[in-house]
Design a protein around this ligand. Structure first.
Ligand code: NI
Length: 170
């Protein structure tokens, strides 16, 4: 956080199944795995393209209570909220290490995009899955989760917010 690269509007991907895109996704997967992230957006590793990855295979030590989200590569995403209901829940971000905040997000949404081969993705999701997608796609528009916080009394350092819970975050 503070890097101007995280505040840019990223560009759509136009070429699929390319060596450059494969290399980017390898770098993103390695970065996400190294930090036990639930998701990562290309601008977080300095690449201003509309590419996000997310998913929680096995229980994630950063989000032990979260429901499973399928491992997904989502490129050129479009989100459409369903209804007006927003839920408040905790978020963290690999670009804001050591911190958590309560962030309002649409409870339910429809999202579309393509995978790394250009194949269409079209999903209707809710709960943690919907939250993760909104967080990651925000990165493509230069928005970090602290910019969405409305109640700053619930934003802070993990060890202060959750003393003794031993939450992994590097
Ligand atoms: Ni993030």
């Amino acid at each position: 956080m503070g890097d101007p690269g995280l505040l840019r509007i990223s560009e759509p991907v136009r070429a699929f199944d390319s060596p450059e895109l494969r290399e980017l996704l390898t770098d993103m997967r390695d970065t996400m795995a190294a930090h036990d992230g639930a998701g990562l957006a290309a601008p977080q590793i300095g690449v201003p393209l509309r590419v996000v990855i997310f998913g929680t295979g096995a229980p994630n030590p950063r989000y032990p209570d979260a429901e499973a989200v399928p491992e997904t590569v989502l490129i050129n995403p479009e989100l459409k909220p369903i209804g007006e209901i927003r839920e408040q829940d905790w978020e963290g971000c690999l670009s804001v290490p050591g911190m958590r905040g309560i962030v309002p997000r649409y409870a339910e949404l429809h999202y579309r995009g393509v995978d790394e081969l250009g194949r269409p993705i079209d999903r209707h999701v809710s709960g943690f899955h919907a939250r993760v997608v909104q967080h990651e796609v925000d990165h493509l528009d230069g928005i970090l989760y602290p910019m969405r916080i409305t109640d700053f009394s619930r934003f802070g350092f993990i060890e202060e917010l959750f003393p003794g819970q031993d939450i992994v975050d590097e």
